[in-house]
Design a protein around this ligand. Structure first.
Ligand SMILES: [Zn+2]
Length: 153
């Protein structure tokens, strides 16, 4: 498939999705207890739509190189401990842990990076249609429905 970012034809990639919409309103809810005044803000968005497209793994790697460096730094730190303390028996479970953690990290990080690369590509075009907020799938899942009102007495 053709990568939307680098426009290269490669089978190594995935379909990513982002959501776009408008910030409609910010609802401010204040209430006071004896000690303090508390404020909660609820951001109300109108979700206009979503877009899915193909991004190759190379472009994802380029985008998330910073977090991958951190991951490798942490892994090599643990391996350095094993080697210097010569506790080789702890090698195997730790290796398994690193592999599991690495796969999870790649999957989660890749998804977010891919969604935001895709959003960056289409940002200008969608801003022309009135969109001013872009959400990755995990951000979208964390959004409250735009019709929701904060609880008030
Ligand atoms: Zn690419």
């Amino acid at each position: 498939m053709n990568c939307e970012k680098c426009h290269k034809e490669t089978p190594k990639g995935n379909i990513y999705t982002f959501y776009y919409g408008k910030h409609l309103d910010t609802l401010v809810d204040r209430w006071s207890t004896l000690a303090e005044v508390k404020v909660t803000k609820t951001y109300v968005y109108h979700i206009m739509g979503s877009y899915s497209g193909y991004i190759c793994n190379k472009c994802i790697m380029k985008k998330s190189i910073g977090s991958f460096l951190w991951f490798f730094l942490i892994v090599s730190f643990f391996f350095a401990i094993i080697i210097t303390t010569k506790i080789y028996w702890s090698f195997l479970p730790l290796l398994c842990l690193c592999v599991v953690f690495g796969i999870g990290y790649w999957y989660m990080g890749r998804k977010n990076a891919g969604d935001s690369i895709l959003a960056e590509i289409h940002e200008e075009r969608l801003q022309g249609q009135g969109a001013n907020h872009f959400f990755s799938r995990s951000e979208y899942a964390g959004l409250k429905p735009y019709t929701e009102r904060p609880y008030s007495k």
